[in-house]
Design a protein around this ligand. Sequence first.
Ligand code: NAI
Ligand code: MG
Length: 499
Amino acid sequence: MALTVELDAPTYGKYNQPIGLFINGEFVEGVDKKKFEVINPATEEVITSVCEATEKDVDIAVAAARKAFNTVWKKTATVDRGRMMLKLADLIDRDAKKLAAVESYNNGKPIALATGELQLVSACIRYYGGYADKIHGKTVDVDSDYMVYTKQEPLGVCAQIIPWNFPLLMLAWKIGPSLATGNAVILKSSEQTPLTALLVAELIVEAGFPPGVYNIISGFGKTAGAAMASHMDIDKVAFTGSTVTGRAIMKAAAASNLKKVTLELGGKSPNIVFDDADIDQAVSWVNYGMFYNQSQTCSAGTRIYVQEGIYDKFIAAFKKRVLENKVGDPAHPESFQGPQISQLQFDRIMGYIDAGKSEGAKLEIGGERHGEKGYFIKPTIFSDVGHDMKIMREEIFGPVAAVAKFKDEEDVLRMSNDSTYGLASAIHTKDLDRAIRVSNELHAGTVWVNNYNFLHAQIPFGGYKQSGIGRELGEEALNAYLQNKSVTIRIGGGLSPIN
Ligand code: NAI
Ligand code: MG
């Protein structure tokens, strides 16, 4: 079977797309020779089919990773590890146009957004490449009879399971800290969006990584994903996706070998606009934070709380601004909003819109399909949304904004923090004291003040409460891939205390 097909990405043209499973440094077709279809969400047409990993392929990939870890990667000089990562970052920059085009083709995100994200992808890998030779233990002075030092060692073989909303960026967030710390990895892309990860696999070979150090498989959650979560020879699983699946992964980890778990899960982030905010700026950031990436963003600012003095004015300005968002063909350079990822997600979101209407929220704009084909939904704003309505409580993962009025700081903090989630939040105000006061009280891993979605390789990101466990990005993320070893040496001999 040919493991490469020629495809035609709308904003790039013809290119060769690998479709195999990337195991032990090469593309293979998988033990059961199964395949599954990849859909273009803008047209609902099949782009191609890729090889599907089963449990057996997971076993093979884990064995390859274990062997690479023990025989080569553990012994590779840290400076060489870093050099390969920097090379990979450069190769991603070299191929950025193709990668962005394929990302847009497979995921439906507008090409302008995909192009912007590519810069974050290489920057993340480059940032962590710089860390490869800067991970140190400590010496610990206890008393003169002992010499004690700590080592920061890799965990071994790590599994990574990523979602479809940011296929390349989530891959970069996972590659960076795991390889910089010297782990070997098996990553499963989302069954919705396998294409760009396979292009990165080609670059992993070109960058010179030893075979087996980083393996990338395409496959489904219930089979390949579940096999990774419950595998007895995987030391850690890192997951990004829904809270429901995160819970299942943690259970599987607990029931198998108690592998370490980090989770980056859902959110329902409060986006708070105070009376004293600059209205134009607030509207601009609220729109961006709410609707970026078709609102398929874990940190999306979907609970929009507006103080009573500017509530009506804000709604009018917000509606006007959102109606200017260009919805349509992801290949068009000016599109801001493309299709949702799948029919399933489209149907779920339309269900939430129905719930908003039937529970009595006021539909300001949108609320229906956009166009004839593709999973497009018009940007939708509900106002006067009650605190207990479904659209105010649950993660919708689609372009449906819930706006509510608040009185004062106490009122908005009570509503903001009354959520099972705690991923992100934002405050729009000109009052610095208020910004700091409210930031201190918000139960969220990220607080943006007078901006939204500023994500950076140097800034840790992750959730309070049921939005996750552990942090990605920044120096923090390295800890999730390291384990401490304390070495205690007695100096000058001597007997034990009970002799
Ligand atoms: P999901 O969490 O089920 O899928 C994400 C990844 O997990 C995929 O790679 C999938 O194959 C894998 N997976 C699924 N079930 C698994 C299992 N039992 N064991 C191991 N791996 C498994 O997300 P899904 O179903 O695509 O979307 C449902 C909802 O999840 C969305 O509407 C949204 O609310 C949320 N979501 C949140 C994301 C985030 O960035 N926090 C990303 C994607 C979805
Ligand atoms: Mg699912």
